[in-house]
Design a protein around this ligand. Structure first.
Ligand code: PXP
Length: 260
């Protein structure tokens, strides 16, 4: 398979949201993860929230054991989540801010203001061999804080870029580009995500420093109309259009799958 310059992590949380609306076992997020793998995803992303509103502890056990793609565990910086991450040792963990009353992750982590709180989480995950990422706003202060914390990866929050229109969107795109440039110069690997859809993904995918996009809600919603396989394939095609694939034979940057 040709090397991917831009990986796609598919977030399957909202398959679990639909399952949990009725209780029971269907639709199964693991089945979604398998379809995502077939459709060209490079990784599976799942957010184990404190209130377990979608992904459950048992989902994380099954995703860790039964899926070949690398798992990116989104987690709040709490002792409970750290213990779970250290137990399963996913390929990656993305530390996100979390408030119980929010509908989804609203805004990035204040890495600059919370350095002392975050430092032991970044260190413990890194020592366990988990690739740590901090979900931050595209803001130079947050990039500096991520570097100071020793996190190897940042995920830039694209939510505002997706929500606004016109000139405001162009300004947000500039902020994302500038943060990606600053972070890359400082040695960070740059990811991006939140709120991305077919009509917003192209300009973000075209930012050459970005190595991974994590996309969920839109893909699962679109799957109601066209199927999950088709929604992921179309997203992958739009990403590839914006950023052509590396030539065959180039060293692959697809991380090795891990089983715990
Ligand atoms: N990245 C992070 C850090 C997130 O918290 C989320 C939402 O769980 C996503 C990406 C995916 O966002 P969306 O579901 O809006 O595509």
């Amino acid at each position: 398979m040709p090397a991917r310059l831009l990986r796609l992590g598919v977030n399957i949380d909202h398959v679990a949201t639909i399952r949990n609306a009725r209780g029971g076992l269907v639709p199964d997020p693991l089945r979604a993860a398998r379809i995502a793998a077939e459709a060209g995803a490079d990784g599976i992303t799942a957010h184990l929230r404190e209130d377990r509103r979608h992904i459950s502890d048992h989902d994380i056990v099954r995703l860790s054991r039964e899926i070949d793609l690398p798992l990116n565990l989104e987690m709040a910086a709490t002792d409970e989540m750290l213990a779970i991450a250290l137990q399963h040792r996913p390929h990656a963990a993305c530390i996100v801010p979390e408030r119980r009353e929010e509908r989804t992750t609203e805004g990035g982590l204040d890495a600059a203001g919370q350095r002392a709180h975050l430092a032991p989480f970044v260190a413990a995950l890194g020592e366990a061999g988990v690739r740590v990422s901090l979900f931050i706003e595209p803001d130079p202060r947050q990039i500096e804080a991520a570097v100071a914390l020793g996190a190897p990866v940042v995920e830039l929050h694209t939510g505002t870029y997706c929500e606004v229109q016109g000139e405001a969107r162009a300004r947000e795109l500039d902020r994302l580009r500038e943060a990606a440039r600053l972070g890359t110069e400082a040695g960070l690997e740059i990811h991006a995500g939140h709120g991305l859809a077919y009509d917003t993904v192209g300009p973000v995918a075209a930012i050459p420093m970005i190595r991974e996009l994590n996309i969920g809600h839109f893909l699962v919603g679109e799957a109601i109309f066209v199927g999950l396989d088709a929604s992921i394939r179309r997203m992958r095609a739009l990403m590839d259009e914006a950023r052509p694939k590396a030539h065959p034979g180039a060293p692959s940057d697809r991380p090795a799958a891990r089983h715990s």
